[in-house]
Design a protein around this ligand. Structure first.
Ligand code: F6P
Length: 323
């Protein structure tokens, strides 16, 4: 393999830059040309592609966001879009790709390989930590630290005013951010899409807290919870227990930005090298991840479709510690 492309795609995550840097420098180290593709699959279709040098990735290991920009591409979901992308890669002589992104990006990569035979190795870049085949995804560690910082601040004001706060964190289909913030932030309750919690459960937990002389409480809600978003859940609880002084905070995209933590920089750097080495060694259609601190390659289909279960011990832990 003489020439590869690298791109970031889907929701950005802190550490993507460290991964781009690692891909570029690992490729150059192996004597392979490397092209940066901007705006994910959109840039591939448009030919927004440039040759990267070692200096192209200077001073980015510590920066949040992605210098390659990111997008969710509708056009790449069409056969015509993928054909255009293939033509652009062919023009540049790009023989393999490193995709840094989440499940949507890998779904696209998988179809692309089936149609056009360009091998892709994926690096899991999403704050959601929801990909099977890696214990951690790039950005998750930073995101939970960012969320925890906010939760600690909210706890101060909750405590001063004897209030209940419903705090919504990201995670459309996954409660990884919520459960970890719940434990780290000492929440009274965590609501995640993986398990069902009724409004009665919420009310009972809050009442139990009051019976135990708690004057304030924090409920962490994953945005994908089946009871709705934090505002909806808070509204339902207020309807039943109007005497509670309830406030709602949605942390939102603050969780996606910021300087990557040491953990994410190191994880991203390891995965970037492993992705390039994987391509060189003939890997295709796989995501590279770290399981039990070992680098492993998992077929895209499995990484996307197989459920990565939330550790039930963590949910139990919240219940035990919230009294
Ligand atoms: O997949 C990452 C993620 O941050 C999810 O947690 C969230 O639901 C989604 O992206 C938000 O996407 P967007 O930035 O496109 O609104």
């Amino acid at each position: 393999m003489k020439s590869i492309g690298v791109f970031t795609s889907g929701g950005d995550s802190p550490g993507m830059n460290a991964c781009v840097r690692s891909v570029v420098r690992s490729a150059l180290h192996l004597g392979i040309d490397v092209y940066g593709i901007k705006y994910g699959y959109n840039g591939m279709i448009e030919g927004d592609i440039y040759k990267m040098k070692s200096y192209s990735v200077s001073n980015i290991v510590q920066r949040g966001g992605t210098i390659l920009k990111s997008a969710r591409s509708k056009e790449f979901m069409t056969k015509e879009g993928r054909k255009k992308a293939y033509e652009q890669l062919k023009k540049k002589g790009i023989e393999g790709l490193v995709a840094i992104g989440g499940d949507g990006s890998f779904t696209g990569a998988n179809i692309f390989y089936e149609e056009h035979g360009i091998p892709v190795v994926g690096c899991p870049g999403t704050i959601d930590n929801d990909l099977y085949g890696s214990d951690y995804t790039i950005g998750f560690n930073t995101a939970i630290n960012t969320a925890l910082d906010a939760i600690d601040k909210i706890r101060d004001t909750a405590n001063s005013h004897d209030r209940v706060f419903f705090i919504e964190v990201m995670g459309r289909h996954s409660g990884y951010i919520a459960i970890n913030c719940g434990i780290g932030g000492g929440a009274e309750l965590v609501m995640v899409p993986e398990t069902s919690t009724t409004i009665n459960d919420v009310i009972n937990t809050l009442k139990q807290g009051r019976d135990n002389q708690k004057t304030s409480s924090i409920v962490i809600v994953a945005e994908g919870d089946e009871q709705g978003n934090a505002h909806e859940i808070a509204g339902k609880v207020m309807g039943h227990v109007p005497e509670l002084d309830i406030r709602v905070t949605t942390l939102g995209h603050i969780q996606r930005g910021g300087d990557p933590s040491a953990f994410d920089r190191i994880l991203a750097s390891r995965l970037g090298l492993a992705a390039v080495e994987g391509l060189v060694n003939g890997q295709k259609n796989v995501m590279v991840g770290v399981v039990n601190n070992e680098v492993v390659y998992t077929n895209f289909k499995l990484a996307i479709s197989k459920n990565k279960p939330l550790n039930q011990d963590l949910l139990r832990l919240v219940d035990i510690l919230n009294t």
